[in-house]
Design a protein around this ligand. Structure first.
Ligand code: SF4
Length: 434
């Protein structure tokens, strides 16, 4: 008689940043290697893992809503909440229905063992060890068969303690991944078919392992056979080595793309935020990037409504963003975070924050459009993604411009030259150059 082994079904949901996405991919692969069956988030499963984020108040509420949704759609599932919000708000989360594990960042990557240690908790089991400062390795590669690009974690934590941010409390102090371990994962990701790798972390410019820096990681990626593109995720302005631009030129693999958080365009507010640069320093860097790397795409983050932000402060931020060669911004409406120093400061009226945020979001849209228009008529290489079945093929350039072409073939994971013809909403329409 054939014995049927019933595999436990597990599904995942990720909130927040690229680093969280990279970590979820590794954790998922670890469960698959351990005999669990991965299922889609909307399918019935025995265990649901939610990798949480606590960067905004909205993110906190999203977790609670999702837990209630899982309980409605999948009432038999047991839920694990892991990551940043789990770390900071363990008590508040532990009363949510069917939550059986709350796992902080110190054990999140080791979730398979956590489940082996606590297989069937009746109530929320808190697993919250202190977070080590030592260099780390990642056991399982973050291979992601659904996407052409893969995120690769090189660093975690932060020592900067900006006054609005609780990341140093949620993720601990800065630490870097063992250099050889990054290279090992990168080789596995390329062997699995990934043509673009995105170096991720919390404060990747502070990467430091023995005598190696971020530039050494970039050089190693540049030399990795089979890899076509390497991209750096968000990087703090004061941590970028100037020779980075050399690796964004022809014959090198580093994408012509930088995401550098500005947060405010006013020196007084920057000081209150405990940021480590002035408006002039930031502006000089951005202008230099534009000169040294023609067509570079530069994005930024900006926080609107930080305590004490007057109309004049806000206007200076708006003016700066209008003037600088910055091509899009992620706008965050300020909300006080549980552990951040600025939570003790008086907040501005919500309506004012929303109104100012909208002004910057509109400006960002116009600037993105101007950047796209500046590329019309040029030929750019596009890495194509999974087709949606609507006859259009979608992909991204190295400077992160989304492009679509009409083509019925499946071009998934191919890098091809495309001539930019027109713009449709947020997307450039092009045609293949044959
Ligand atoms: S640099 Fe500042 S904003 Fe970024 S993670 Fe560190 S403390 Fe938070």
């Amino acid at each position: 008689m054939t014995k049927h082994i019933i595999m436990k079904r597990i599904s995942f949901y990720t909130f927040g940043c690229r680093l969280n996405q990279s970590e979820t991919a590794s954790i998922q692969n670890a469960f698959e290697h351990s005999g669990y069956k991965l299922v889609g988030f909307d399918q019935p499963s025995d265990i649901v893992v939610i990798n949480t984020c606590t960067v905004t108040e909205g993110g906190d509420a999203d977790t609670r809503h999702l837990v209630h949704k899982v309980n409605r759609q999948n009432p038999a599932a047991r839920i694990a909440l892991v990551g940043c919000q789990a770390q900071i708000q363990k008590e508040q989360l532990s009363n949510l229905p069917n939550v059986r594990w709350i796992v902080g960042n110190g054990r999140k990557m080791d979730l398979v063992s956590v489940f082996n240690e606590y297989p069937k908790p009746e109530t929320a089991q808190l697993v919250m060890p202190s977070i080590e400062r030592e260099p780390f390795s990642v056991q399982i590669a973050s291979i992601d068969h659904d996407h052409t690009r893969a995120n690769i974690k090189i660093q975690d934590g932060c020592d900067f303690f900006c006054s609005f941010c609780e990341i140093p409390y949620a993720r601990g102090r800065a630490r870097s991944r063992v250099f050889e371990d990054i290279f090992k994962e990168a080789t596995a990701l390329v062997a699995a078919g990934h043509k673009e790798l995105i170096l991720t972390g919390i404060n990747i410019g502070t990467y430091s392992y023995q005598d190696k820096t971020l530039m050494d990681v970039i050089k190693a990626m540049n030399a990795l056979e089979g890899l076509e593109r390497v991209r750096i995720s968000s990087i703090e302005p004061t941590t970028i080595a100037r020779d980075i631009f050399t690796y964004m030129s022809a014959g090198h693999k580093l994408c012509r793309y930088l995401h550098i958080p500005l947060q405010s365009g006013d020196d007084e507010i920057l000081q209150e935020m405990k940021r480590k640069y002035t408006v002039d320093e930031f502006s000089d860097f951005v202008r230099q990037a534009q000169v040294q790397v023609p067509q570079i795409c530069i994005g930024t983050d900006v926080i609107v409504g930080f305590p004490g932000e007057t109309d004049a402060h806000f206007e200076r931020t708006t003016e700066l963003l209008r003037e600088l060669p910055i091509h899009y911004f992620h706008v965050f409406s300020y909300s006080p975070r549980h552990m951040a120093k600025s939570r003790l400061m008086e907040t501005l009226p919500v309506e004012m924050i929303q109104w100012r945020s909208q002004i910057l979001r509109d400006l960002s849209q116009r600037k993105r459009r101007l950047f796209q228009e500046s590329l019309l008529g040029t030929i750019q290489t596009v890495l194509f993604e999974n087709p949606k079945g609507d006859g259009w093929q979608n992909g991204l350039t190295d400077h992160y411009v989304r492009v679509k072409i009409k083509d019925s073939r499946n071009l998934f994971n191919e890098i091809l030259p495309v001539r930019f013809k027109s713009i449709d909403g947020q997307v450039v329409v092009g045609e293949l150059v044959t």
